[in-house]
Every structure is written in C-alpha cells, then in structure tokens.
Design a protein around this ligand. Structure first.
Ligand code: HEC
Length: 280
C-alpha cells in the first residue's frame, strides 16, 4: 500500500504542474459544460466537436514562430518584451491583462502591448503593415496575439487590481457596460446583462456578464469565427457590438477600450480561459 502511494505521489505532482499544458481548449470548454450544463455553452454541438481542430491553433503556432524570429529594423525577436510577467514570459500573461505598465504609465491590453513591443523593441514604424494590420488570421497581429493567448489556455482570468488606474479602468468599464446610449438607447447589458442571460437573439443564446462560468467563453478571444473563417480579436468583438448598438465607433487603442476590456475580464475572474475559442 505504502509502496503504491510512494509511486503515485510524484506522478500526481507532475500532473498538477503540467495540467494547463495538457488541456486543449476543448477540454476546458467540456469541463465547463460538465459543471454547468449551460444552454449558452452547449448551443453549438458542432463547434464543441470542432474546437480541438480549430484553424486558430495553427494561427497561434505561426505566431510562435514570428514571436521568436528576429524582425523589424532592429532585427530582434519579441523575447525580451514584457507582457506583464517579466521579459519574455508569455505563460499566463493573457489572463492577467489588461494591467498597468509603469514604462508607459498606462493600463494596456494584449494588443496594445504587442504594438508597444513591435514599435519600441523591434523598431517597426507605427504605420508599418506588420503593426497596422490588425484583423484576419493572416495578419502578424492575430498570429502573435493568438500565440500569446494560447499560452494561457485553461488558466483562471486574474487581471490585477492593485494599481489605482486598474481599479479606475474596471469601474469606468462597468459604467460603460450598463449605461444606455446612442440612437437605439442600448447598453451592453441590454443584451448581456442579468435579464438577457440565456435569452436568444435569432439563433444565438446570450451570455451574461453576471454568470462568470458563461462569460469566460464570451471573453475568450482570439477565437476562430466559423462564419468569417478567421481568427478575431477581443477588440474586433467590442467594435462589432458597438456597431450593433449604432453608436459612434470605439478606437482600438483608446482608454475606453481598455475600460471595457478591464470590466469584462474582471467579470470572468476565476473561471478558466478557452484559448483560442471557436465561435459562430
Ligand atoms: C443589441 C444586442 C447587443 C448589444 C447591445 C451588445 N451586444 Fe455583444 N453580442 C450580441 C450578439 C448578437 C453577439 C453574437 C453572439 C453570437 O455570435 O452567437 C454578441 C457577442 C458578444 C460577445 C462574445 C460572445 C460570445 O458568445 O462569444 C461579447 C464579449 C460581447 N458581445 C460584448 C458586448 C459589449 C462589451 C457590448 C457593449 C459595448 C455589447 N456586447 C453590446 C448582441 C449585443
């Protein structure tokens, strides 16, 4: 008996430390489904079947190659860049963003931090197509963003709230989420608030920011959008929803964008990220 225990113990330790690496995005999703039986999470059996063969996984692999390659006028890789957990650390970085960065004195998201790295460390001009092209699986941005995000698959969302600006951004984002505005008098909460949970808009079952075990899937981006045949970013989703609200458009790199992303990430705190996700 004791012999058996001794043999099993080191094995168990190995399994715990490498659990994240062994999980696929599909494992994380199926784990949430087993736990909640949520009609939101189960709305597309096809996507649940396809998620482990998502083309976005290849987008992420290509991003890993780009990340490690010497590039830009300075001919250096991105491996010295700080995504919040120290130079070159990508494991677990995405679930702790947006966060405050002292070198820019700003709360920044993953996209903004990639731009910062490409322009300051690698020396790319801001209007270089490598930096400027933000959408579609073929852009450097989507590849690199998907690579870094994949390194957080299965980890709990845990955006820091220790700096006053991080708290201010989260609070501003909450205000923006619940404030009705624009031509149609919509707020985000009209479609994603507590009252909208599991209601449908045409074929789509809605998730609510007040149900974290649903909301984690909603904010898991990059995701492969089957209807668009491309990996898309969180910023792209926010722009799409403001378009649905018929408001003026929100800028990708604005404080308003950081605020929305800070609120929506905090709302999924503690729930495992599905990266990359697969969506309609
Ligand atoms: C008029 C209704 C409406 C409003 C208002 C709205 N959304 Fe959406 N939202 C949708 C629909 C519809 C989808 C797509 C669901 C799908 O593709 O199945 C969506 C998708 C999303 C998703 C991804 C969900 C998923 O299943 O992957 C997020 C996150 C999101 N919206 C956030 C927001 C935020 C933030 C705002 C406010 C800036 C907002 N939405 C305003 C209707 C709305």
């Amino acid at each position: 008996m004791i012999r058996k225990l001794l043999v099993a113990m080191p094995l168990a330790a190995v399994m715990v430390t490498s659990a994240y690496a062994e999980q696929t995005p599909g494992d994380v999703l199926r784990g949430l489904i087993d736990r909640t039986q949520s009609p939101y999470l189960t709305q597309s059996p096809q996507n649940v079947q396809m998620i482990d063969d998502s083309p976005a996984i290849w987008t992420g692999y290509e991003g890993g190659d780009l990340f490690k390659a010497p590039r830009g006028p300075n001919n250096v890789s991105m491996e010295s860049c700080d995504f919040g957990k120290g130079p070159g650390v990508v494991k677990g970085a995405a679930v702790e963003l947006p966060r405050y960065f002292a070198d820019t004195n700003k709360v920044m998201d993953l996209e903004g931090r990639i731009v910062h790295c490409m322009t300051t460390v690698q020396g790319f001009a801001k209007d270089d197509p490598a930096v400027r092209t933000r959408h579609g699986s073929n852009s450097d941005m989507m590849k690199i963003m998907t690579y870094i995000a994949m390194e957080s698959n299965g980890m709990p969302w845990n955006p820091p709230l220790s700096h006053p600006l991080e708290v201010a951004m989260r609070d501003a984002g909450e205000e923006m989420f619940f404030r009705r505005q624009g031509l149609m008098d919509f707020s985000c909460a009209t479609c994603h608030g507590p009252d909208a949970s599991h209601k449908r808009i045409r074929a789509s079952v809605m998730s609510s920011s007040s149900v974290p075990s649903d909301w984690t899937k909603s904010i898991s981006w990059p995701a492969f959008r089957v209807g668009q045949q491309h990996a898309r970013s969180p910023q792209n989703r926010v722009r799409g929803c403001y378009w649905q609200m018929r408001t003026g458009q929100i800028r990708q790199d604005s404080d308003a964008m950081m605020a929305i992303l800070s609120y929506w990430t905090d709302a999924a705190r503690g729930q495992p990220a599905i990266l990359p996700d697969m969506k309609r």
